[in-house]
Design a protein around this ligand. Structure first.
Ligand code: NI
Length: 176
């Protein structure tokens, strides 16, 4: 955070099947797994281009595991007005976690490295990860989505807020 590349609008990718795009994606997946993280957007490795990678591990999936996915020129469409609070961290903002309100259910579209269209409906953690990564392509960090910075904590202090999170989502799942 602080590097101007994270605040730029990233450039669309003209040809998802360009071998240079495949090399960039492989580098991004390696970086994500090494961190370890669940998602990465190209601006985070100083490439201002519209490509993200993500995964939904079994222990975060709420029943739906998603293998490493590459999405070129992604677009998001919320499917309902429901929003939900959940924890987010970012490899570009080490040591912190925040409770961020996101659309609960989305449809996302984009292209794979083979040039084929990808279109999926996602909810829960899957939807959250994709929204976080697509924000990076528009120069937006999760901190920008927070109206209450009391919900921003050091990673090792997260447990103090988990009861508050459970109550907030139970009482007001559509809070905006
Ligand atoms: Ni991030």
């Amino acid at each position: 955070m602080g590097n101007p590349v994270l605040r730029r609008i990233a450039e669309p990718i003209a040809d998802p099947t360009d071998p240079a795009v495949a090399r960039l994606a492989a580098d991004m997946i390696a970086t994500m797994l090494d961190a370890p993280g669940v998602g990465l957007a190209a601006p985070q490795i100083s490439e201002s281009r519209r490509i993200i990678v993500f995964r939904v591990p079994a222990d975060r999936s709420e029943g739906e595991e998603v293998a490493n996915t590459v999405l070129v020129n992604p677009m998001i469409e919320p499917l309902t007005d429901d929003k939900v609070l959940g924890w987010e961290g970012c490899l570009s903002i080490p040591g912190l976690r925040g409770l961020v309100l996101r659309h609960k259910c989305i449809r996302y579209r984009g292209y794979g490295l083979d040039g084929a269209r990808i279109e999926r409906v996602a909810s829960g953690f899957h939807a959250r990860v994709v929204q976080h990564e697509v924000d990076h392509l528009d120069g937006v960090l999760y901190l920008d989505r927070m109206d209450d910075l009391r919900l921003l904590v050091c990673t090792e202090e997260m447990h103090h807020l988990n009861a508050a999170l459970a109550a907030a989502n139970k009482d007001a799942p559509t809070r905006t």
